[in-house]
Design a protein around this ligand. Structure first.
Ligand code: PEP
Ligand code: MG
Length: 613
């Protein structure tokens, strides 16, 4: 169901009047400009194979259907609250359609029929919904009525709502994302990080979604792939129709449908300026990240998927400061075994040619849901509130066999690489005991490998802890006694400190890494590490924001890991800074209690640096 916001005017006009330009604002997530036709994701999701059930599974299947109905109702209700941002005439057109969808998700013929098919034909819920929708749609089209277009539209609505149900029942990513039409702007209600991992940056010009926040994993993935993106664009999926011409500005956070000639010309100018700036920044590749007073700063890359390796090389990163291994577990129904992991890590470590690579063990949970772990071969229940449940190291300590395979694979790769080339990192640490427990498993796996004849270095690769919960930050001095290094994850640290979901559009305005509470925790953890002369880095999204470089340097940090495309800009910032100035500036910022004032100071300092540079 896609309506034609912006076309209403055209329909009222004579002949082929141009549809009116509609701008939809969202959260700027990945810079760059895209010009191209909209491609929406209302296509059928992954082919849901026909599924039969046993008589004893009927109740369970009906419950599954009830769950998907409730979830779909919530989605549609949310869309309804959001269309308020669209032009009035578009709202008038869309609201009744959404009401019809809500009705169909009530005690409708579709739902009653699907339930009956589960009971009498013993069909899986998604098969039952698909069959019933097809039967209803065919019957509608066959009705005796002159308004054939009206009948086709009604049939389309039934199929639409069935698709939503099937998508929610199967929870499968849009596998069609792999081969989108070249140069399109992908528009979707929501993309999971696993969906985003399937996108080909050579084909997709831009991405815009209704859901999502600036530092959620989907946003991180899109930045990593260098795809211009706007998330949290409320009203967009209702306003956009497949094939609509559009302009997406990832820095401004705006998607413009049916752009006027002036808008299009301005977008082309920005596109050219962006390319020019990128070419200029690429000249920094071989220059050192050194402040004006000679302080060396280490700029490393975060890696989400191996496809990023060429970008990392182009950016001149000094190694990988955060290798998120989740990609190995995404979009598959089984688990990667030790050999598959060895192969994947080897490819990355070899590509880095002796630069250090910090491999983080699986951070499952929260928004990073993975089929094999959620309901497949090794079911793990993250709890009613997954962000606060079995996530990261907590889950791995409950399922040590997963940790053992990963440790074994990393140890074998480290043995084949040079000394110090590989380090291990533990996600979602909250208490020192978790690091101690992980280290015991680590050493046990090393002993087992040695018995198996593997030649491991006498000193095992360093084992570090992510500092990404307020508990870990405030207990950093105690955790520092157990860990070999710290990597401060400001994305989760901000989320857990402020109680704001990093990937949720509704509360995105409250997600603020410059909140003094977050900054104080970063400072506390950094100082705990520096007191022990222990390596410490920042690998959250803050690290890649050049405006924040002076503050982080001033707090005492010297190692930053970020998405590769951010490295040149951060290097440019580093090369214009003096450490003494940064330290004075950080003291001033840390005295503040008002986030708005901090933002002002940060922006002011950055402007001064630009002027001085
Ligand atoms: C973080 O939380 O800041 C972090 C780097 O980890 P992730 O984004 O993978 O959760
Ligand atoms: Mg994290």
């Amino acid at each position: 169901m896609k309506t034609e916001a912006g076309r209403t005017e055209a329909a009222k006009g004579k002949g082929k009047a141009r549809p009116r330009e509609v701008a939809v604002a969202g959260i700027p997530v990945s810079p760059g400009v895209a010009i191209g036709p909209v491609f929406d994701t209302t296509d059928p999701p992954a082919e849901a194979p026909r599924r039969a059930i046993e008589a004893g599974e009927v109740e369970q299947e009906k419950q599954k259907l009830a769950g998907a109905i409730a979830f779909s109702r919530k989605q549609v209700a949310k869309l309804k609250t959001r269309i308020a941002v669209l032009p009035e005439e578009a709202q008038e057109e869309i609201a009744p359609l959404l009401d019809a969808h809500l009705m169909m998700l009530g005690n409708s013929r579709l739902i009653r029929g699907a339930r009956k098919r589960i009971e009498t034909e013993l069909l899986g819920a998604e098969t039952a919904v698909g069959d019933e929708a097809e039967a209803i749609a065919t019957a509608i089209v066959a009705l005796k009525d002159d308004d054939k277009a009206g009948l086709a539209r009604r049939a389309g609505e039934v199929r639409d709502i069935a698709r939503r149900l099937v998508r929610n029942l199967t929870a499968t990513p849009f596998r069609s994302l792999k081969d989108l039409p070249e140069g399109c702007i992908l528009v979707a209600e929501e993309l999971t990080p696993a969906d985003a991992a399937l996108l080909d940056p050579a084909r997709v010009a831009g991405v815009a979604t209704e859901e999502g926040g600036a530092d959620g994993h989907t946003a991180i993935m899109l930045r990593a792939l260098g795809i211009p993106a706007v998330l949290g664009a409320h009203g967009l999926t209702e306003a956009a129709k497949r094939g609509d011409p559009a302009v997406l500005d990832g820095a401004a956070g705006v998607v413009t449908l049916h752009p006027s000639a002036a808008t299009l010309a301005a977008a082309k100018d920005r596109l050219a300026a962006f390319a020019k700036e990128r070419a200029k920044l690429s000249k920094l590749r071989r220059l050192p990240a050194e402040t004006t007073d000679g302080e060396q700063v280490e700029l490393q890359a975060n890696l989400e998927i191996p496809q990023e390796l060429p970008l990392i090389a182009q950016a001149g990163a000094m190694g990988i400061g955060l290798l998120r291994t989740e990609f190995l577990f995404m979009n598959r129904e089984d688990l990667p075994d030790e050999e598959a992991q060895v192969e994947a890590y080897t490819q990355i470590v070899e590509a880095m040619e002796g630069q250090p690579v910090t491999i983080r063990v699986l951070d499952w949970g929260g928004e990073k849901d993975m089929e094999a772990l959620a309901e497949g071969v090794a079911p793990v229940h993250a709890g009613g509130n997954p962000a606060l449940g079995l996530r990261g190291l907590r889950m791995l300590l409950k399922r040590p066999e997963l940790l053992e395979v990963q440790f074994a694979a990393v140890l074998r790769v480290a043995a084949a690489a040079g000394d110090g080339d590989v380090r291990l990192l533990l996600p979602m640490v909250t208490v020192p005991e978790e690091v101690r427990a992980a280290r015991e498993i680590y050493e046990r796996v090393a002993r087992r490998l040695r018995r198996r004849g593997e030649k491991l270095p006498e000193k095992l690769p360093l084992l570090g802890a992510m500092i990404e919960t307020p508990g870990a930050a405030l207990a950093a001095d105690a955790i520092a006694l157990e860990a070999d290094f710290f990597a401060i994850g400001t994305n989760d640290l901000a989320m857990y400190t402020l109680a704001v979901d990093r990937g949720e559009a509704e509360v995105a305005h409250l997600y603020d890494p410059l909140h003094p509470a977050v900054l104080r925790l970063v400072q506390f953890a950094t100082e705990a590490a520096l007191r022990l002369r222990m390596p410490v880095s920042v690998c959250g999204e803050m690290a890649g924001n050049p405006q924040l470089t002076p503050l982080l340097l001033g707090i005492g940090l010297r190692t930053f890991s970020m998405n590769a495309s951010a490295i040149p800009r951060v290097k440019q910032a580093v090369r214009a800074l003096d450490i003494g100035d940064c330290a004075r500036f950080a003291r001033r910022v840390m005295e503040q209690s008002d986030p708005a004032r901090i933002r002002e100071l940060v922006a002011g300092f950055a402007e001064g640096v630009t002027e001085r540079a």
